[in-house]
Design a protein around this ligand. Structure first.
Ligand SMILES: O=C([C@H](O)CO)[C@H](O)[C@H](O)COP(=O)(O)O
Length: 210
C-alpha cells in the first residue's frame, strides 16, 4: 500500500516547500485540481523538475477530450493523470490509449458516481490503472466519507489498483487501511498538521504495520 500526498491549497513555491519537508515519507505527490486551476500545468512541470525521481500525479479530473488532456499533462511531466468516472467510456478509453503511448498511467476518480459497483466494473474493463473512491470537499462538508465505497470497489475490481481519498486524517487512516486499498491519498491530513513530516511518517508506519 502506498501513500499519496495531495497538494491543493498552495501555490507552486508552497507546494515545493511542502514536498521538501515530507518527500521521505510519501510515494506519490499530487498536484491537486485547485493548483492546476490557479497555476496550470506549470505546477506539474515545476514539481517534476524539482523532484525528478518523485512519481507525480496531475489531478486534472478530465471529463472530456481524454487523449488530448492526458497528452498535455504527460508533456508537463505527470506520471499519473486523473479522469472522472462519470465521463463517457470513450473519454476514459482515449485517456488510457494516450497514457499507454506516453508510458503513463490513468487514475479514474469515482466522485459523484451513483452506482459505484456497476461503474467500477465497467471502468475496470477499460484497462485503467487505478480506480479511486473519493469524498470531495463538498461531500466531506456533508459528513460523507468513502470507506464503504472502497469496500464495494474492492469486491468488483479485478485488474486496476484501488485508491481512496477524501478527508483522511491520522485518526481515520486505520479505517482506510482495513479495506486494503493499493493507495491512500491524503491532503489536508498532512498539509494541515502542525508537524507535516511527523504526521506523514506516522502514516507510513501505520501502513507498514498492516
Ligand atoms: O481531489 C481533491 C479535492 O477534490 C480537491 O480538488 C483532494 O485532493 C482530495 O480530496 C484529497 O485531499 P483531502 O480531502 O484534503 O485529504
Amino acid at each position: 500500500m502506498k501513500l499519496q500526498l495531495a497538494l491543493d491549497l498552495v501555490d507552486i513555491p508552497g507546494a515545493l516547500e511542502v514536498v521538501k519537508t515530507v518527500e521521505a515519507f510519501v510515494d506519490i505527490v499530487e498536484i491537486g485540481t485547485p493548483i492546476v486551476i490557479n497555476e496550470g500545468l506549470h505546477a506539474v512541470k515545476a514539481l517534476k523538475e524539482a523532484f525528478p525521481s518523485m512519481t507525480v500525479l496531475a489531478d486534472l479530473k478530465v471529463m472530456d477530450a481524454g487523449g488530448y488532456e492526458v497528452m498535455k499533462a504527460s508533456e508537463a511531466g505527470a506520471d499519473i493523470i486523473t479522469v472522472l468516472g462519470v465521463s463517457a467510456d470513450s473519454t476514459i478509453s482515449g485517456a488510457v490509449e494516450e497514457a499507454r503511448r506516453q508510458g503513463k498511467q490513468v487514475m479514474v476518480d469515482m466522485i459523484n458516481v451513483k452506482d459505484i459497483a456497476a461503474r467500477a466494473a465497467e471502468i475496470d474493463a477499460l484497462g485503467v490503472d487505478y480506480i479511486c473512491v473519493h469524498s470531495g470537499y463538498d461531500h466531506q462538508a456533508e459528513g460523507i466519507n468513502s470507506f464503504q465505497d472502497l469496500a464495494i470497489i474492492k469486491s468488483v475490481v479485478k485488474n486496476a489498483k484501488t485508491a481512496v481519498a477524501g478527508g483522511i486524517k491520522l485518526d481515520t487512516l486505520p479505517e482506510a487501511i482495513k479495506a486494503a486499498p493499493d493507495l491512500v491519498i491524503v491532503g489536508g491530513g498532512i498539509t494541515g498538521a502542525a508537524d507535516m513530516a511527523k504526521t506523514a511518517s506516522q502514516m507510513q508506519e501505520l501502513i507498514a504495520q498492516r
